[in-house]
Ligand binder design. Structure first.
Ligand SMILES: Nc1ncnc2c1ncn2[C@@H]1O[C@H](COP(=O)(O)OP(=O)(O)OP(=O)(O)O)[C@@H](O)[C@H]1O
Ligand SMILES: [Mg+2]
Length: 237
């Protein structure tokens, strides 16, 4: 993944503490195991949960809270309880996606009593979450979250749009299998502005596929420029 240095350092710390948790626990300390990831779409929050699972050799379970809450309003608390019970049994990475759906603001207009119950059961879950599993909550709207929720996390990581340098790195990594020796990368920097990591990956893939199906393994700057422009057009469509 292409990450900001401090984000990479924070994630390395999580891995290190998890791998060395026995040593910490012997002295009565628990490893970091409750993470809150926030930031705009396509910047690597879900990918981070998958990468942590892979690094630790653990399965990844994803719970989409927006879907759970709108579909099962009325029985969400008991559905969540099933997830929490499973989490107590099985060491894994649990990704709670669209986490802001739990935020108190969103509950307005819905059954307030039920929303409270859901929030309370989640708070209890976070307090009791076993330290050998990772609980990862991801959200685009950190501001919607309740302060009581915030305090329960061991670590909060903020994701952002890539810098010009990171944008070029995302393109280069996705095009590693292609010949890009003729591309003057610096000239593309302006065109990567405002695109997320996900959009950059899509642009790189589009350019590569076009070249491959045209019978070539070479990408030139014009092809990349075209693909990046298409992403900008889609963005404003
Ligand atoms: N930091 C990154 N480095 C490299 N590729 C990335 C990065 N972030 C995102 N991508 C690419 O974009 C795709 C989507 O990213 P991901 O699902 O992690 O975004 P997200 O932050 O969870 O977005 P959302 O808020 O919409 O859920 C990834 O599968 C990957 O191809
Ligand atoms: Mg995501």
């Amino acid at each position: 993944m292409t990450l900001a240095d401090e984000t990479r350092a924070a994630l390395e710390k999580v891995l290190h503490e998890q791998r060395q948790r026995g040593r910490l626990e012997r002295f009565g300390f628990t490893p970091v195991h409750r993470l809150l990831l926030s930031g705009p779409p396509g910047t690597g929050k879900s990918m981070t949960a998958a990468a942590l699972a892979k690094e630790l050799g653990l399965p990844l379970f994803t719970i989409r809270l927006d879907g759970l809450i709108s579909r099962f309003m009325g029985e969400t608390a008991s559905k969540l309880r099933l997830v929490f019970d499973a989490a107590a049994q099985t060491r894994a990475v649990y990704l709670f996606d669209e986490f802001d759906a739990l935020g108190a603001d969103r509950a307005n207009g819905n059954d307030v009593g039920e929303a409270r119950r859901i929030l309370n059961s989640f708070l209890l879950f976070l307090d009791q979450a076993p330290a050998e599993s990772l609980v990862v909550a991801a959200t685009n709207h950190r501001r919607l979250l309740d302060g009581a929720l915030f305090r329960r996390f061991d670590l909060a990581i903020v994701y952002g749009q890539p810098s010009a340098e990171q944008s070029i790195e995302v393109l280069q990594r996705r095009l590693a299998a292609m010949d890009t020796s003729g591309v003057a990368w610096g000239c593309l920097a302006a065109l990567t502005e405002q695109l997320s990591h996900a959009e950059l990956v899509k642009a790189a893939e589009a350019a590569a596929k076009r070249a491959i199906l045209g019978g070539s393994d070479t990408i030139d700057a014009d092809q990349l420029r075209g693909a990046l422009n298409e992403r900008h057009l889609l963005r404003h469509a």
